[in-house]
Design a protein around this ligand. Structure first.
Ligand SMILES: [Fe+2]
Length: 271
């Protein structure tokens, strides 16, 4: 099977004759967009804030009525969102932006994770501990805040220096050679974090009003945090990958948090 780099190079050639040799790992870092700013590199559809309002109400409704949701220790995931048409509009818009401005190839939304971080005393685990996803380098995410996120509502935390996040390159070469992550289970040990902090990396919580959207490389070191009492945080996370075909509906293959397979890799089969 093709390596991820070979596959992505093919995708770029299919998209344009102006093949551009760049490394996606170097190109994408952490990009936080305020929807009220003009000229954002990644644009939003018309009436974006209204769209976010509609989506957040529909998500809230599902969570409050337990419709198509699954409760986990630290969050409530929305597994069934097929009836929220507005998500298709948003996903298609963002993917087209990613194709043109980021990938320079066709792309799709492979996964859409929607969840509410909840206030709880339960033990922190998985994404609530410092980690990098060790996803394929070509997998990128846009996270959209569906609620206002201040320091108390469970912001995503990263480590930054000179406005750049601390990233670890993926160990994954190809679907049949996934390598070994730098750290077991991709959990970053406390000693590593302390060392990074003493060399000038600062913990940076990403705050932002409802509608803030964040493009990031999931191989940056990050962690989710638990909201304080009386607060919660709702998010959409679009997980993109390059694709070798120009599919009309970029959300055609989207999978929810209920997907049982490995979300941190993808097939490079070109047929
Ligand atoms: Fe993560």
């Amino acid at each position: 099977m093709l390596s991820f780099k070979e596959y992505y190079d093919k995708c770029k050639k299919i998209y344009s004759d102006k093949f551009n040799e760049f490394d996606i790992f170097d190109k994408v870092n952490l990009h936080i967009f305020n929807p009220n700013d003009a000229g954002n590199e990644i644009s939003v559809p018309d009436n974006y804030l209204k769209l976010i309002d509609i989506i957040s109400k529909k998500i809230s409704d599902k969570i409050e009525k337990n419709k198509g949701t699954v409760s986990e220790q630290l969050y409530i995931g929305v597994h069934d969102f097929s009836d929220i048409e507005e998500l298709n509009l948003l996903g298609n818009h963002f993917t087209k932006q990613m194709e043109k401005k980021v990938y320079e190839s066709y792309a799709i939304v492979d996964h859409l994770h929607i969840y509410r971080s909840i206030c709880t005393e339960k033990k922190k685990l998985s994404s609530w501990l410092w980690h990098n996803d060790n996803s394929v380098n070509e997998q990128l995410k846009i996270m959209v805040y569906l609620t206002d996120v201040d320091g108390k509502s469970g912001p995503l935390n990263t480590l930054v220096k000179n406005n750049l996040p601390l990233k670890l390159k993926s160990s994954k070469i190809s679907p049949d050679n996934l390598g070994q992550p730098k750290f077991l289970g991709s959990r970053v040990p406390d000693e590593f974090i302390s060392m990074a902090k003493s060399s000038g990396w600062e913990q940076y919580p990403i705050k932002g009003d409802k509608g803030t959207y964040i493009l990031f490389d999931q191989n940056m070191i990050h962690k989710a945090t638990i909201p304080k009492h009386g607060k919660h945080r709702d998010v959409l996370i679009f997980n993109f990958r390059p694709y070798h075909k120009n599919v009309k509906n970029k959300m055609k293959f989207v999978k929810s948090m209920g997907y049982g397979g490995d979300v941190k890799t993808f097939s490079t089969d070109i047929n």
